[in-house]
Design a protein around this ligand. Sequence first.
Ligand code: NAD
Length: 353
Amino acid sequence: MKIAVLAGDGIGPEIIAQAVRVLTELQRDGLKVELESGLLGGCAVDKAGVPFPQETQKLVTEADAILLGAVGGPQYDTLPRTQRPEQGLLRIRKLLNLFANLRPAILYPELANASTLKPEVVAGLNIMIVRELTGDIYFGEPRGIEQRNNQRVGFNTMIYSESEIRRIAHVAFQTAQKRNRQLCSVDKMNVLECTQLWRDVVTETAQDYPDVTLSHMLVDNAAMQLVRDPKQFDVVVTGNIFGDILSDEASMLTGSIGMLPSASLDENNKGMYEPIHGSAPDIAGKNMANPLATILSLAMMLRYTFNQEVPAQRIENAVKKVLIQDYRTADIYESGMRQVGTVEMGDAVLKNL
Ligand code: NAD
């Protein structure tokens, strides 16, 4: 099993270093993985002139899974769009056909106070958002800004084929089968034809999964329900743009952006695993970043790509224990807890592993 490790920018190298320590420990216990590092994002622009260099393309194509820190930073915001670090991310998803993005929003009981919502609304929250990642208005053509009738007009195309909808629906139904068997599909079928097709195809796909209860919700209502009563959801499936927004909303219900992992999978469960947060330039290099989202991304990798449930649970249990033992990085700190830095949090996870 070969893992491509792309630390990226900002806090990326710091949090990835802690995840690599966990992997090294598991290697010592017999997990057969090889690691190889590569450049992606701003660091690749600096060293190779482009955000997704040829060598990295080869590395990620050959690897079984990819562990990514984060990319981006203010110093790259003025570059031409094609050279920005985020382009590296979009291109990697497209190149590897990583069409299914799984983002759990879990609120550990110890962190219930970290949410801006009342603890009774969010305590025990455990939602999985399944977002389509390679289609929709983000990739649809035609797109652009042009002159029409003496003024600039901006336009994009929202487009999904039924095969694209069906394959993400299958991932979502199968994910629901491993959880509480409730799937909510989110669309805007009252206004957008594209999402009428979405609803039709998801409904058709449901016939293959009689054990899963399917419901549908309009995206504006879903945004509201996520805040009003988030525990009504088990698995949510939606398209790329709605999923982008709703998954950020769901993750912020937990109040701890530094805690949440994600997986982006292809049809054969090859995947890219990364924390949901960005490169946090404001705290980069200060040993302040929370490495737990990255370490939990590793657990998702072991579960979804490598089918290694035992070490995946070892990692998740170690993370639960450090929270029970009151270890907190600054982002999840409350008075009376033990405040630690990135490396010390890594130490605590290793000790509990
Ligand atoms: P961000 O997620 O980097 O940071 C938002 C806030 O959360 C900041 O205050 C940051 O300090 C804090 N934070 C984030 N991760 C943390 C962690 N692990 N521990 C403690 N605190 C943490 O979002 P942003 O500031 O909007 O973006 C910064 C850069 O990251 C931008 O260049 C953006 O384009 C990029 N970005 C990259 C990704 C990615 O690589 N997948 C995702 C989002 C943003």
